[in-house]
Design a protein. Sequence first.
Length: 254
Amino acid sequence: MKDLPKNGTIVHTVVAHGLSTVRHHLLRDRHLARHRTERRWRWRTPSSAHASAVIERDLVFLGATLVNRQALLDGHLPQDTLYLLGLYSEAVGGAVRAHRGRLIGAAGEAMTAVFGAQTDARTASREAIAALAAIELAVARLNARFEREWGRTAVVALSLHAGPAAIGSIGGGDAPAWAVAGETADVAARLAKELGRRLRDPRTARADAPTIVIADAVFEAAGIEPVDAVESFHDGVRMFRSVKSLAQDEAAIR
């Protein structure tokens, strides 16, 4: 994949950076979104002799991290780990697919999804917010189950960020995989990871701590006011305890 843009990084190889790096990328992405037009180029993959179309466009990225996996599974068998991760993955993945998103990365407790591959930025942003609300409800149902079975509940950190990135299919055969490159995707994943660290840190963790962060770029694209925000996470990023009131199609998230 040597013809990918030089500043691109495949989303599932993200390495967390410091707070200043996250803030820098957020500000730069908001600037680029105002000036960038959609571009297309072609590149070759190592496993395929044919060239695959890659599109650079405004996308919305969702990050999810199961914050307390270790505490939740403490004292349980290895098969319980797979059982829990399976339920968690289905809760997140089912909500993403129901709102026309695509899962592009899953590694244990961390998952990443993209919206907007085939829709405009406004629609993608609204669908991503609705997917967040659906995940929120799905996790609440899971926690009722976990409380009954294990006497514990899961804490899931969720993030949304919007901006320009490249998306395309890679690999040969009948089932090519979707891949995304660009710093917007990286920032979305880092936001969820950083929020997860805060929720694990005894100095900042509390029972009513917000578990959702959304960049202002998402609200700007969706044309929605960021109501119910409880505090600022970074410049241009707000924290929420719930996003159910933000979702425009209430029936779609039930």
